[in-house]
Unconditional design. Structure first.
Length: 465
């Protein structure tokens, strides 16, 4: 008698886990948007644009919404694509998949040591050690978390994001009450929006000039498309997240920055210092400094955790397509790509050492990734247009989620992102990032052609004649 072995529940050899739930994806999408760029980095945009800085965030929020809508369309049309970078491969070919995948990996793998060092500097307030050993300790913890399972990453991110969301909602409630004069000792404080040089003290051009800086602070919403590959219904999850992201951006960024400008004079904000903490101090909230320090640390660790996860999964998918060493495809018993995780860990450890031992080299590396998010988003937008026109030409029915006002809004998004790059090229503080990022792009393109040349078929004289 022959024994039949059922393989229905056995995942394919290189299939990632399907252990992430809807609550994980919801918080991952929120956590991808909220980072230290909001809690601390927003001080730069407030100084540059004044009270109207929240309009810069609204413009960027609209642009991110358009990109996410395009991703939603492609995810529902191509539910088997497991990373948003692979939409570039589907629409523009193998070369685009190689270049976009490696650029995206490089972007996030550099975020890991950046956030580790930022976290180490915060923890130094309580731990009497230099930043280097603290940073290495954080890297070790995050490596262990990401080696355990995708569910471990998601649980950490769920609670990190929950803390950030709760903090912002409480801040909005307190600041709203203060701005309307319900808790303020001298009545409404909305006069701060115009009393110190006007609503746009540096002009409307400054509001637009702040957009490139703001754009990078809001990058990360697309992380959901990568995490969704380890959920039960990836296409549906991405579609749901792409529709909800704009509401979160409006609440967490636009509303909170509007209230900061209403609660406290914009010209009291200092670069590199949290405007949230300044607003809480202005409203005489007890323990404001300690509260914001803990929240900022949470945001930093959340971003580091997500960067670690994303870089490992993108590298895994590159290896699947033959664009990275095949050893990186191997999964452990918990369906974790161990080799890809360890590559991210190695890059993170080296980055921390470089940031402390040779800061000039590390600053160059960070600058060389400054504009990569724009390059990647533009490639994704072009891929969406290509795939949509291809489906229409072939008479394929539209997916459940489609881009609004196609092709005009798709073209508008590409034009807006091109404008961001042009602004970077002519803004003194961003010119270096633009120049070094262009070099990185050229290196990635050259690497693809080198790979293609090395894999060309060998022609033996006299054979086949």
């Amino acid at each position: 008698m022959t024994q039949t072995i059922s393989t229905v529940d056995v995942p394919p050899k290189n299939e990632l886990s399907r252990s992430l739930k809807a609550r994980h994806l919801t918080m991952i999408s929120i956590g991808g948007i909220i980072g230290a760029g909001l809690f601390v980095g927003s001080s730069t945009s407030i100084i540059a644009a004044g009270p109207a800085s929240f309009i810069s965030y609204a413009i960027c929020g609209l642009l991110i919404l358009l990109v996410m809508r395009m991703l939603g369309e492609m995810a529902t049309a191509l539910p088997n694509v497991r990373s948003f970078t692979e939409f570039a491969r589907a629409g523009l070919g193998e070369g685009a998949g190689f270049v976009v995948g490696w650029l995206y990996w490089y972007f996030w793998v550099l975020v890991v040591p950046v956030e580790a060092i930022a976290g180490a500097k915060i923890l130094k307030l309580w731990i009497d050690l230099p930043p280097l050993p603290i940073g290495i300790g954080l890297m070790t913890v995050m490596t262990c978390v990401n080696l355990m399972s995708a569910r471990s990453y998601a649980e950490f991110e769920f609670w990190f994001a929950s803390i950030k969301v709760a903090a912002i909602l409480v801040f909005i409630a307190i600041a709203t009450s203060y701005a309307f004069g319900w808790t303020a000792p001298h009545g409404s404080t909305f006069g701060n929006l115009v009393d110190y040089g006007g609503f746009t003290p540096h002009g409307w051009l400054a509001v637009l000039a702040a957009v490139p800086t703001v754009f990078f602070a809001m990058t990360g919403a697309e992380i959901t498309t990568i995490a969704a590959a380890e959920s039960e219904q990836p296409g549906r999850a991405v579609a749901r997240m792409s529709s909800a992201v704009i509401g979160r951006i409006l609440v967490f960024y636009v509303v909170s920055l509007f209230l900061i400008a209403a609660v406290t004079p914009w010209n009291t904000v200092r670069s590199g210092e949290s405007p949230f903490r300044l607003a809480l101090d202005t409203m005489h909230v007890p323990w404001a400094g300690g509260i914001m320090t803990v929240i900022i640390l949470t945001a930093v660790l959340s971003c580091m955790n997500s960067a670690f996860y994303v870089s490992s999964r993108v590298l895994f998918i590159l290896a699947e397509h033959g664009d990275a060493p095949q050893a990186l495809v191997k999964l452990n018993t918990r369906r974790v790509p161990v080799g890809s995780v360890m590559m991210g860990a190695l890059a993170g450890f080296l980055g921390i050492v470089a940031a402390t031992a040779t800061p000039g080299v590390f600053d160059f590396l960070v600058s060389s990734s400054g504009a990569l998010a724009v390059f990647i988003y533009m490639a994704i937008a072009v891929a969406q247009i290509t795939l949509r026109k291809r489906r229409e030409r072939d008479g394929v029915l539209p997916p459940p989620v489609v881009m609004w006002l196609f092709p005009w809004l798709s073209y508008a998004a590409i034009t807006a992102m091109a404008a961001v790059l042009i602004a970077m090229a002519f803004t003194p503080g961003l010119q270096q990032d633009f120049k070094f990022s262009c070099i990185t792009l050229v290196v990635a393109i050259a690497a693809y052609f080198v790979k293609k040349w090395l894999r060309r078929p060998m022609v033996v004289p006299g054979v086949g004649i």
